[in-house]
Design a protein around this ligand. Structure first.
Ligand SMILES: NC(=O)c1ccc[n+]([C@@H]2O[C@H](COP(=O)([O-])OP(=O)(O)OC[C@H]3O[C@@H](n4cnc5c(N)ncnc54)[C@H](OP(=O)(O)O)[C@@H]3O)[C@@H](O)[C@H]2O)c1
Length: 346
C-alpha cells in the first residue's frame, strides 16, 4: 500500500489525543474512551480500512480494534508503521486484536497471536480478545440456517485451555491484557472463578436499542471494561446479520429527538450516550468526516441526564449480531449462544 502522502499528526480540525479521556483498566493501564473499529463488514477493502486507521490516528484516535478474521491486519500494520514513523509513540497507542474461532486449540493460540503481531508490526498487543467463546466457524457467506457438523456448545474446560495460553502470553510480555468477547454472565462467572489473570474487558454488542444494562452493571462491579461494538447499530452490517425484527438504533425516535436537540446526526447521539454510560464504543467508518465527528462527539457537548434517560427508553433488547452461523447441530435457536435463561446451553 502506498502511504506516500504526508501524515499530519495534528491537523487543524483534529482532536488533541491527549485531551481524549482515558478509562483505567484493572491493571491501572489506560484506554481511550473511544476506539476505531476495523471490520470491513464485507464492504470495504483492507486498503480502505488501513487508510481509515491512518486517518483516524491523524485526527486523534489512539485505540484501534483489530481482528485476524477481518483479513486486513497486514495493511493496518503498514498504517501503524507510518503513524509511528511520523511521531506517534507506541506507548500512546492502544491496539487490540482477536483470536479467531479456528485457532482455539492450545497449540494454535500463541502462533495465531504471533501472526497478528507480525502482521501488525508490533512487539506486543495492548489487548488480545478471544473473539467468540466457541471454536465454531462457518464458511464465508454461509446461510443463516447452515450448521457446521463440527460446531459444539460452550465447554468450559476447553475454553480455559485456550485462555491459559493467553495467560502465558501475558507472562511472556506478548500481550498486556486478556479480553473476552461475545460471552455471557454465566460463562464469565466460571471464567472469573478460574482465571489466574482476570479478563480486563468484554467486547460486546451495545447500542441504544440493545443497551445490555444488567450486563454493564455486572462488568462494572467486577472491574471488567465493556468495549461496545456496533455502537451505532451497524447500519451497514452484512445481510446475514439482518432480520425483519431488528430495531435500528439510528432511526429510533428517542435517539433522533436527542440528536436533533444537539443539531447532530443520530450516530453521534449514540456515541455520546455510549461514552457517558461508561462503555468504550468502537464505531467504524472509512469516511474521515464520520470518524472525526465520532471522536468529537465523544469529547464535546455531552448529553444531559434527561437526554440520557430519553435514550434509555429506546432499549428493547434488539440484538443484531445473533451469531446463528456458530450454532451446533441440534441447538434450538440463536438464543442458545447467549444463555438467555441464565443457564449455559448444552
Ligand atoms: N467482537 C465482535 O464479535 C465484533 C462484532 C462486530 C463488530 N465488532 C467491532 O466493532 C466495530 C464497529 O462495529 P460495526 O462497524 O459493525 O458497527 P457501527 O460502528 O455501529 O456502524 C458502522 C456504520 O455506521 C456508519 N457510521 C459511522 N459513523 C457515522 C457517523 N458519524 N454518521 C453516520 N453514519 C456513521 C458507517 O457508515 P459508512 O459505511 O458510510 O462509513 C458504518 O456503516 C467493528 O469495526 C469491529 O471492530 C466486533
Amino acid at each position: 500500500m502506498d502511504f506516500s502522502e504526508p501524515f499530519d499528526p495534528r491537523p487543524a480540525d483534529g482532536v488533541d489525543a491527549s485531551l481524549v479521556p482515558r478509562r483505567t483498566l484493572r491493571t491501572g493501564a489506560k484506554i481511550p474512551c473511544i476506539g476505531l473499529g476495523t471490520f470491513g463488514n464485507d464492504r470495504f477493502t483492507p486498503e480502505e480500512i488501513a487508510r481509515s486507521v491512518l486517518g483516524a490516528l491523524s485526527v486523534g484516535y489512539r485505540f484501534i480494534d483489530c481482528a485476524a478474521v477481518y483479513g486486513n491486519e497486514p495493511q493496518i500494520g503498514e498504517a501503524l508503521r507510518c503513524a509511528m514513523h511520523n511521531g506517534i509513540a507506541r506507548e500512546e497507542l492502544f491496539i487490540s486484536s482477536k483470536l479467531w474461532n479456528d485457532r482455539h486449540a492450545p497449540a494454535d493460540v500463541l502462533p495465531a497471536l504471533k501472526q497478528s503481531l507480525a502482521d501488525l508490526g508490533l512487539d506486543f498487543l495492548d489487548m488480545y480478545f478471544i473473539h467468540w467463546p466457541f471454536p465454531n466457524t462457518h464458511a464465508p457467506g454461509a446461510a443463516h440456517d447452515s450448521r457446521s457438523p463440527d460446531a459444539r456448545p460452550y465447554i468450559h474446560a476447553d475454553y480455559m485451555a485456550t485462555y491459559r495460553e493467553l495467560e502465558k502470553a501475558v507472562d511472556e510480555g506478548l500481550i498486556r491484557h486478556i479480553g473476552v468477547s461475545n460471552t455471557t454472565i454465566p460463562k464469565l462467572n466460571l471464567l472469573l472463578a478460574d482465571a489466574r489473570i482476570k479478563p480486563a474487558a468484554n467486547q460486546m454488542e451495545m447500542h441504544p436499542t440493545f443497551a445490555q444494562t444488567g450486563f454493564l452493571e455486572y462488568l462494572k462491579a467486577r472491574d471488567v471494561a465493556a468495549i461496545a461494538y456496533c455502537p451505532i447499530g451497524s447500519p451497514g452490517r452484512p445481510k446475514r446479520d439482518t432480520d425483519p425484527s431488528d430495531v435500528e438504533a439510528m432511526t429510533h425516535p428517542a435517539v433522533v429527538a436527542v440528536a436533533e436537540a444537539h443539531g447532530v446526526h443520530p450516530a453521534l447521539a449514540c456515541v455520546k450516550w455510549a461514552v457517558q454510560r461508561g462503555q468504550i464504543p468502537i464505531p467504524s467508518s472509512i469516511h474521515r468526516a464520520k470518524y472525526l465527528a465520532n471522536l468529537k462527539a465523544a469529547v464535546s457537548d455531552p448529553l444531559t441526564d434527561a437526554e440520557m434517560a430519553r435514550i434509555a427508553e429506546a432499549d428493547c433488547g434488539s440484538r443484531l449480531i445473533k451469531g446463528q452461523v456458530f450454532l451446533w447441530p441440534g441447538a434450538a435457536s440463536w438464543k442458545d449462544l447467549w444463555d438467555m435463561d441464565g443457564v449455559i446451553a448444552k
